[in-house]
Structures are given as C-alpha cells and as structure tokens.
Design a protein around this ligand. Sequence first.
Ligand SMILES: NC(=O)c1ccc[n+]([C@@H]2O[C@H](COP(=O)([O-])OP(=O)(O)OC[C@H]3O[C@@H](n4cnc5c(N)ncnc54)[C@H](O)[C@@H]3O)[C@@H](O)[C@H]2O)c1
Length: 345
Amino acid sequence: MLKLRVKASREYDIIISRFNGSFPECIFNLKNFKKTAVITDTEVYGRYKNVIDSLSVTNSIYKYVIESGEKSKNGENYLKIINRLAENGFQRHDAVIAFGGGVVGDLAGFVASTYMRGITLISVPTTLLSMVDSSVGGKTAIDLPSGKNLCGTFYQPAAVIIDTAFLDTLPEKEIMNGYGEIIKYALLDKRISVEMLSESADEQLIYNSLCIKRDIVEEDEYESGKRALLNLGHTVGHAVEKLSGYTLSHGECVVKGLKAALDISANLFNLDSGVYNKILSVINSRGHNTSLIYPTEEIVKCIFSDKKSDGDKVRFVALKNIAEPEIVSLKINELNSLLIAKSYN
Ligand SMILES: NC(=O)c1ccc[n+]([C@@H]2O[C@H](COP(=O)([O-])OP(=O)(O)OC[C@H]3O[C@@H](n4cnc5c(N)ncnc54)[C@H](O)[C@@H]3O)[C@@H](O)[C@H]2O)c1
C-alpha cells in the first residue's frame, strides 16, 4: 500500500493499493458520518454494485446513479442530487463519496463543495485518468451549455482511495486516455522515466504521477502561476478536442497536443533530437495517433478564440529538455509558424 499526503488548504491522504474492492473498515471511517451519499454512474454501478453496497456499514447510505458519460456532468443532475440530499436530511457533518471516473468525481465534488457550503468529500476514482489527474488539485465542475467545466469550485477531499483493481475492467480506450496525462508528467518531471511509460499502470506509476502533480498544485492551489505547467500538451489538445466536437477523447487529444509541444520545443529551443525521438517512439508504441487531423490555421484560430488566450498572445508550455518546461508567450503568427516548421524525423 502506498500513501501520499497532500498539503493543500485541507490536508488529506491518497491511499493506493490493490484492494480488490474489499476495503479495510478504517480506510473509510464511515461510522464518523450519520449519512453518506454515494454518487456513481450506471457503468460503474453495474460492475461494482457489490463493492458499493458493501460500504453500507449503517442503513444510511444513499445511492445516486447518473448515466455514464460527460453529458451527465450537468446542472440538472447537480440540482437533482442536492435536492435529494436536502429531502433526505443531509447535514454538514455528513459525507459524499464520489465513486467513479472524472465525470462522477467532478459532479460529486461540486455537490459536496456547495451543499450547505461544503460537506465531507471522499473520492474513489475508478478510471486511470481520475486516479492520476483529478485525485489531486481539488477542481470540481459541471458543464454548461456554453462550454465544459464553466461552473465549479476548488474543494479538497478528506481522503482519496485508489484501488488499482478497478483498472482490470477499464476499456483500453480509457487506459490510453489516462496515459495521455502520465506521458505529460514524464515530460515535466524525471520521477517518471520514459522507460516507465512502456509498462502497464501499477501502484508505483500512479503514485509517481500523483507526486508530480501534488508538488505543483501545493505551490499553486488556485492556479495563479506554476500550475500552468500542467497545461503542457493541453493548448493544442483542447483545440483539437473542441474542433472534433468532443468526439475525440481528451487523452487522445492531449497526446496530439504533446506531440505538437515537442515540435514547437524542437523549433524554439532545439530540444535534443534523441530525446524527441525517444519520446515519440514510446507514444507510438502505445498505439497513440499523434496526427493533428485539422489544418494548423484552424487549430491556431481555435486556440486564440479560447478564453485562456491573453489578447494577441497565448501562454504555451514548451520544453527545453525533459523536466525543463518553460512557459512562453506566442503571437498567432509565431505559433502558426512553429507548428508548421519541420522538426526532427
Ligand atoms: N477535476 C479535475 O482535476 C479533472 C482532471 C481531469 C479530468 N477531469 C474531468 O474528468 C472527466 C473525464 O474523466 P474520465 O476520463 O474518468 O471519464 P468518465 O468518468 O466518463 O469515465 C469514462 C468511462 O469509463 C467508465 N468507467 C469508469 N470506471 C470504470 C471501470 N473501473 N471499469 C469500466 N468502466 C469504467 C465510465 O462509466 C465512463 O463510461 C471530464 O469531465 C474532465 O473534465 C477533471
């Protein structure tokens, strides 16, 4: 069992082990709460009903099962759940368990952070992405018709419990989704070596990923500085995801964005060709498609229409080397030419 302490505005532990769905009673400490609401989705509940039901140490576990998928991270479900909490008499000292992937985590986190101005949140991530990414950082959100994640809070959980056995049932597409973020961590920090990327996700890889993200967000909990480094690969990635009308997965687009960041780094900082080729070969060997699909001009236009661009410039995370990221400000024509210019191979 590996344990990671996160020191944010609320301190908490992340516990990582192969529990096989059988959690020691002391891990959840549910007896501390009179009532507990488990929020999950149809897919996860279908597979792990027994595990979820086994959390019921008292008769006061309430279950809220949303349809699986991003469409459920909406205001309607949010209002439905907080109304049900109120009808069932939930008080401030009660708790919410987010039992699922990032969609459940974001929605349940938003519920917990706003119901009675905040009740205890325990997180049980069940996808690789939610284990290595959303477990740290305290971001919660729902989507609005005008865009993804437009309504949310920063809210730290009381505990995160990661059971790697949940990955056994995760489709390969979702595993690759999580790897997009793990590859990003390997480019930002040497605690994940390029060699480790060829291995399957185990406790150690998840732990190292979380350590890297934790160290960044502990320095910048509310995203006013260093946390921008976590956008490596996301500037171009988000644009491709948006242009695809969200038909391409986030992780797939992040990997495309990472390849674009490597190309820009090669042209801007002469990123070593050996490093460049080594990373690309690992990305390719994992089966990721790094083609940007859309014309460069369209991608750049989309980036500059985004709320995060700063007037006529966009802040872009590039690499001088592995573990040497640098934030640069690029104008529209600069970004365009750096993306078009030929890199290695
Ligand atoms: N808060 C944050 O810091 C943060 C970070 C990254 C992403 N996110 C958000 O997370 C969401 C994406 O998360 P995701 O990729 O986990 O998607 P998801 O929650 O939709 O899960 C992906 C699919 O896997 C299924 N699933 C979950 N666990 C499973 C398991 N163990 N076995 C089989 N199937 C399983 C789900 O039902 C779903 O169909 C997005 O909404 C994104 O905005 C939040």
